[in-house]
Unconditional design. Structure first.
Length: 352
């Protein structure tokens, strides 16, 4: 357990001496308590012109409240201190030991290790462990660079006047209320279909699932595709008697799912082509029936002329193809075809 910082351990700038003189501290208590400040002079605004660092506003407005709510204020403190030690010196990396961090922020090393994992989980920190000869290297990730926060930030930048509230039916990557991805619902649904109880889902399990979804979204897949991939994975495992250990397995079945979609598309295309052919055939049959019906409605002398020409066309077809008509049905079939051809040539106006 590290030694807790006391007031004597904290180095205060000389410019604050006047303030310290006006503070009463009861030395009889075990814990020092700051008394009331006796000076009641109004405090005026003083612009900061030196000894300051620039902080991305999303760090203060978004990341700190989020970490305080979903992890621990200590995680926020660690992030801010690493930000100070990196961006404060014009770079995004810093080599430090946990001992140095413990001295700087007064948090035990074991807790610091836990907090580092939290920052890595939320894609705010990349950490490369050191050894006896080299220090560990911290790379600070800005909110707009983080997979967890950048989509939300980009959306808010595009719509700065939008009210920060949940939008029903909005399938963006992030849920505006708590900066968690909408796909958290997808992850929970996946495990529910796998037979997991809601009470057995840990925050870590859900966060790992969200990261899997983020990786697929980054590859250009839609949430609708990923949802279908989840259902396909569950069916695949059931059919092949394979256990589902986690949602991460869906990434191994992307190609199989794409093949299935492609087959469905080809099947749909073949079906569509057949339906089109049948439709065209039905239209052609309907047109032929209408031609024959119109032929029957013509005056008798016209029907006689058309019939004579049609029989002549049948005789030419038989002679040309050296055919032998063995039944009346064959002759009628040829005759109807010739009648329709003549009707389409001379009387098709107004049909269809």
């Amino acid at each position: 357990m590290s030694k807790k910082l006391t007031l004597d351990d904290i180095q205060i700038d000389i410019s604050q001496d006047a303030l310290i003189k006006n503070i009463d501290i009861d030395k009889g208590e075990k814990k020092a308590e700051i008394g009331k400040i006796k000076d009641t002079k109004p405090i005026k605004y003083k612009p900061i012109r030196k000894d300051f660092i620039k902080v991305d506003r999303w760090v203060i407005d978004l990341v700190v409240p989020f970490l305080n709510s979903n992890s621990s204020p200590g995680v926020s403190i660690l992030y801010l201190d690493l930000f100070r030690m990196s961006y404060g010196y014009g770079k995004n990396t810093i080599k430090l030991t946990d001992e140095i961090l413990e001295q700087r922020i007064g948090i035990p090393k074991r807790t610091i290790m836990k907090y580092k994992k939290e920052l890595v989980k939320y894609d705010l920190l990349s950490y490369k462990a050191g050894n006896r000869k080299t220090r560990g290297e911290f790379t600070i990730i800005l909110p707009e660079q983080s997979a967890y926060f950048k989509e939300h930030i980009h959306k808010k930048v595009k719509t700065p006047t939008e009210n920060v509230g949940n939008t029903e039916g909005n399938n963006t990557i992030y849920n505006i209320d708590n900066v968690y991805i909408d796909s958290e619902t997808l992850v929970r649904s996946f495990y529910k279909l796998c037979g997991w109880k809601e009470t057995s889902l840990t925050r870590e399990t859900i966060d790992k699932g969200i990261k899997v979804v983020i990786s697929l979204v980054k590859q250009g897949h839609s949430l609708q595709f990923i949802d279908g991939l989840c259902n396909f994975t569950i069916s695949y495992c059931k059919e092949n008697n394979k256990p589902v250990y986690g949602i991460g397995f869906i990434t191994h079945l992307v190609n199989e799912y794409l093949d299935k979609i492609e087959k469905q598309k080809r099947s749909a295309a073949v079906k569509s082509k057949k339906e089109k052919e049948i439709k065209e055939l039905n239209e052609e049959l309907q047109k032929e029936e209408m031609m024959l019906s119109k032929y029957q409605q013509l005056p008798k002398h016209l029907r006689s002329v058309i019939m004579t020409e049609a029989k002549g066309m049948v005789d030419e077809i038989v002679a040309k193809n050296n055919m032998k008509i063995k039944s009346d049905y064959t002759e009628k079939f040829l005759l109807d075809g010739c009648l329709i051809e003549i009707m389409e040539r001379d009387y098709s106006e107004g049909i269809m």
